[in-house]
Design a protein around this ligand. Structure first.
Ligand SMILES: *Cc1c(COP(=O)(O)O)cnc(C)c1O
Length: 469
């Protein structure tokens, strides 16, 4: 058994190892190049009967695990959306693990509940959300969106589905753009709507939801005896960071009394910049809003901020009160077990507190503006290069480009080859999307440690690799 003295020794060594890793991360390949089963084959089929030394465990971590890691904290991680960490976030996460508290109700750690309440107030005001919104931390945006769908379901059925199930109900419909994140369709399946009741609404040239198409779909459904239940408006789609027209969508939801959920999972962080508040025009008409500090706000995964207008609707949907959870203070405190799906909850507010205080709002704004400026500058270079073209417009810090060719098929296959060649260098990591019949290389400049020199190196590699195809 490890003693406290052993722990102290290993922990000190480990902190040095962590700092070394982050100092040298640039020299690691961004994307792991291991073949399937390479790690699995090195792991014993059965757990060890006898105790093993920490030295052996750490040695195996270095030899078996590390080569199989893709480095999301590498400054040239340009793929997907970032899942950023930061030094203050890491420090808080170490304390969270040390405390090991299960923060299901106020009594099981008053500080966790009250810090969460205050952090959600901080975030709401940092983002310019209406003061009528109340926030709660969830694990992921997928879970938050599922919560929104369940609340919408209970509102439209007058809390009947929770009690009696769907039997005898009209079919409830959920609307979102064809570019919406897969978590919406997944939520529709899990919440019992039935996947056929997910209505993918057409988008315009810039891949934003077309409000006229939304209204037409709702009217058609009403004429056919369906019950419109929820609209999900996306602020920053995963494919191309398109911003759905919030005000027009909000007006349609108000007109038909439909629950409006805003999915700003990635782009929500940019709302700390006043110049981007236009992205949530009409937000005061929304019922719920989600964004992920664990993407672009330097707070390591997982940490999702979910805001609702009507807390009672949330509590009505989720609250349970078995005898063993009854406490003296239950009516005067927040018991977050009733604010979402799981009973057990990690102490996630601590890392937000560390990050926000350590950077300051101005420090966070400065980083985000620097990321956006790097994207603006690079997009200009790509657009003016004869071999490349921009396929979808930039709204924030993500750019969407491809190789040019007279024939679309050739442009697509060469762009795909280019991305794979770039990723194979180990020096950069990009991901792709498809739109307008084109294969698009996505480059998101938003990693915690990314600097201009990393973007310059990436652009140099892009040009060099393109020549060798
Ligand atoms: C990343 C993302 C999600 C899913 O986020 P998770 O926290 O991983 O569930 C949902 N919607 C959008 C727009 C996203 O970018």
């Amino acid at each position: 058994m490890m003693t406290n003295a052993d722990f102290r020794k290993h922990a000190h060594a480990l902190v040095d190892k962590m700092a070394d890793f982050l100092e040298e991360i640039d020299s690691y390949p961004v994307k792991s190049t291991l073949e399937p089963k390479a790690v699995l084959d090195q792991l014993p089929a059965l757990a060890p009967a006898a105790a093993e030394s920490m030295a052996d465990i750490i040695a195996d971590f270095d030899q078996i695990i590390m080569p199989g890691m893709t480095h999301w904290q590498h400054p040239r991680f340009f793929a997907y959306f970032p899942a950023n960490s930061s030094y203050p976030s890491l420090l808080a996460e170490m304390l969270t693990a040390t405390l090991g508290a299960q923060c299901m109700i106020w009594d099981t750690s008053p500080a966790a509940a009250e810090l969460e309440e205050r952090m959600m107030e901080w975030l709401g005001s940092m983002l310019g959300l209406p003061q009528t919104f109340t926030g709660v931390i969830q694990d992921t945006a997928s879970t938050a969106t599922l919560c929104a769908l369940l609340c919408a379901r209970e509102r439209v059925s007058h809390n009947r589905i929770n009690e009696q199930g769907f039997y005898g109900m009209k079919q409830l419909r959920v609307y979102a753009s064809s570019q919406t994140h897969s978590s919406i369709e997944k939520g529709v399946k899990i919440a019992g709507f039935g996947r056929e009741n997910f209505v993918a609404v057409a988008v315009d040239e810039q891949l934003r939801l077309d409000p006229n198409a939304l209204k037409a779909a709702i009217l058609k459904d009403l004429a056919n005896g369906f019950l419109p239940c929820c609209v999900v408006s996306t602020v920053g789609t995963t494919g191309t960071t398109a911003i759905d027209p919030g005000k027009a969508i909000a007006d349609i939801c108000s007109e038909f009394n439909i629950w409006l959920h805003i999915d700003a999972a990635f782009a929500g962080s940019a709302l700390i910049l006043p110049e981007y508040r236009w992205m949530i025009e009409g937000v005061e008409q929304a019922d719920s809003f989600v964004f992920n500090p664990h993407k672009w706000l330097f707070t390591n995964f997982d940490c999702t901020a979910y805001f609702v207008k009507d807390v009672d609707a949330l509590l009505r949907t989720f609250s349970i009160l078995p005898e063993y959870l009854k406490t003296d203070h239950q009516n005067s405190v927040k018991n977050y077990r009733d604010w979402g799906i799981p009973l057990g909850r990690r102490f996630r507010a601590l890392k937000l507190w560390f990050v926000i205080r350590s950077y300051g709002i101005e420090g966070l704004q400065e980083r985000l503006r620097a990321h956006i400026q790097m994207a603006i500058d690079l997009e200009e270079k790509i657009a003016s290069h004869p071999d490349f073209e921009i396929i979808a417009p930039r709204t924030l810090n993500a750019i969407f480009f491809a190789l040019k060719d007279e024939e679309v098929d050739k442009a697509n296959s060469r762009s795909e080859q280019l991305m794979k060649a770039l990723n194979a260098t180990g020096k950069v990591y990009f991901s792709h999307t498809k739109a307008h019949g084109r294969y698009i290389i996505r480059m998101v400049i938003g990693q915690t440690y990314v600097q201009q020199k990393d973007v310059d190196l990436a652009w140099q590699l892009i040009q060099e690799c393109a020549k060798t195809l």
